[in-house]
Design a binder for this molecule. Structure first.
Ligand code: ATP
Ligand code: MG
Length: 470
């Protein structure tokens, strides 16, 4: 019954099955128009103002390039289509067109020559705008001479508007420029020929001009926004590439230092082993040799008197065995392979405690049998280097070592209550020495990670995660 109740309650609580409602039309329109606004996300990041300024400077430079190519195209089109006038137009219209073509040809050539002679961007912009507006007035006059507003020629004036599409202009500049072109055409046509003012087709021309203006704004501003977005992306990419390069340079320096240090440490280690073999093991072996020679001499004289000498030899052999075991343990504790990571770390802790330098406790949690040899070795060496650092730098009273194995991850932590990292950043790369860098490299080479943390109120923690079987 209770189950039944629950089922009923569940059915009531579940939301009614309705189709997701479409967003209101006003939202859709607003979203569409928002594309036209200057979008902040085009320039996100701390250097957004400088990117916006850089884009503005670049588009102003590019404006001259676009103006130059527009003039070159206008010149080529004007000259190439000139012969058509003889085929298509009557004599009256042909004369009017010729005047307009002559103005475009001379004006374009003059502008192209000016771009080669002058680097003054502001002067070039003024010259270009004057050329466009001047030739539009002449074009208006030419079209009026070719026929009244009922003739199709008047609509050729709208091409002037469409040619502004590719120019990298901000929205306000574009609005001003297209309005000025339309007015120039009207001045040339109706201003110079007021008799056409009352013609019924005049209203048609203005409505087509409005449509052409909207279309040129739409395409022109969309292109402008795309160019700006593209510029912002390219700037961001260039910035990321720089940051990446910097990081690669830093990492390369770190690795170079690490390699040099590994070489140095290896050389020091060889020297130390050679010295121990020579001084201590060599001495013991020499002592055994001397005892054996002495024993043999006594044996020849009095075989029953050598018992004490044999004891000496036995003691020297025992000392030699201990010494060899110590040297081998220093190089790589056998218990790491025989008894596992926890025993090896406990051995390290015992040595610290035996030194009397500080208290060292080990806590292990989770099954450690799945640890690969590489993980065991890396974890052991990281703990060993961390403890060496504690002895060298921390002036601590106690250290805690945690080894926690869960799922596929071994987490180890070495915490001391010493003086801490001081004012230096808790960042391996920012600290002198290569111990911390080496620890981090070890962890990363097994796809693990290592952090150096400041403890509160004092002390340092080395926290490392390693995959159990990389
Ligand atoms: N447990 C710690 N407590 C306080 N300072 C520490 C501790 N561990 C490291 N440091 C600081 O971090 C620095 C860098 O340590 P790192 O092990 O990289 O180099 P090192 O011990 O100085 O030299 P080496 O290359 O011989 O290891 C040390 O010089 C020390 O100032
Ligand atoms: Mg160190």
């Amino acid at each position: 019954m209770e189950g039944c109740d629950r089922a009923v309650r569940y059915r009531r609580a579940s939301p009614p099955m309705t189709r997701p409602s479409a967003p209101p039309l006003t939202d859709t329109i607003r979203e569409g128009l928002s594309l036209w606004r200057a979008r902040r996300e085009d320039y996100e990041g701390e250097d957004a103002p400088s990117v916006a300024e850089a884009f503005d400077a670049r588009r102003k430079r590019k404006l001259i390039d676009h103006a130059t190519s527009l003039c070159a195209v206008a010149l080529a089109a004007t000259l190439a289509s000139w012969p058509l006038d003889w085929m298509v137009l009557g004599e009256l219209a042909r004369g009017a067109f010729a005047r307009w073509r002559a103005v475009v040809t001379v004006g374009s050539i003059a502008f192209l020559l000016l771009t080669r002679a002058s680097q003054n961007a502001a002067a070039l912009r003024v010259a270009f705008v004057s050329l466009v507006l001047g030739s539009t007035v002449v074009a208006g006059d030419a079209m009026a001479r070719a026929g009244d507003p009922g003739a199709p020629y008047v609509h050729l004036l709208h091409f002037g508007l469409l040619s502004t599409v590719a120019l990298p202009l901000a929205l306000s500049e574009r609005a001003l420029f297209t309005a000025a072109i339309t007015l120039s055409a009207a001045v040339g046509y109706w201003g110079f020929h007021p008799a056409f003012s009352g013609h019924p087709s005049t209203a048609l021309w203005w409505s087509v001009a409005l449509g052409a203006g909207l279309v040129s704004h739409w395409f022109g501003h969309s292109l402008f926004l795309l160019a700006r977005e593209n510029f912002a992306h390219r700037s961001a990419l260039a910035r990321w590439a720089q940051e990446l390069e910097q990081r690669v340079r830093e990492r390369t320096d770190e690795l170079r230092t690490l390699v040099n240090s590994v070489e140095r440490v290896r050389e020091e280690e060889r020297t130390r082993i050679a010295r121990e073999l020579h001084d201590e093991l060599g001495q013991e072996i020499a002592a055994i040799g001397y005892s054996l020679r002495f024993t043999r001499e006594r044996f020849e004289r009095d075989p029953r008197s050598i018992a004490a000498n044999l004891d000496d030899v036995d003691a020297a052999v025992q000392r030699t065995k201990t010494l060899v075991r110590e040297i081998v343990s220093e190089l790589r504790p056998r218990m790491l392979d025989d008894l596992g990571l926890v025993s090896a770390v406990e051995w390290l802790a015992r040595r610290m405690n035996d030194n009397g330098a500080l208290r060292c406790a080990v806590r292990a949690e989770g099954p450690m049998d799945s640890l690969s040899e590489a993980t065991r070795t890396a974890a052991f060496r990281i703990v060993q280097e961390a403890l060496t650092n504690v002895l060298k730098h921390a002036r601590a009273e106690s250290v805690e070592i945690d080894l926690v194995c869960r799922a596929d991850t071994l987490t180890l932590s070495v915490r001391d209550d010493g003086v801490g990292l001081g004012r230096a950043r808790a960042d391996a790369a920012a600290l002198p020495g290569v111990g911390l860098i080496g620890m981090r490299e070890r962890a990363q080479s097994l796809s693990g990670a290592l952090e150096v943390l400041r403890r509160s109120p004092r002390g340092t923690e080395i926290r490392c995660t390693l995959p159990t079987a990389p």
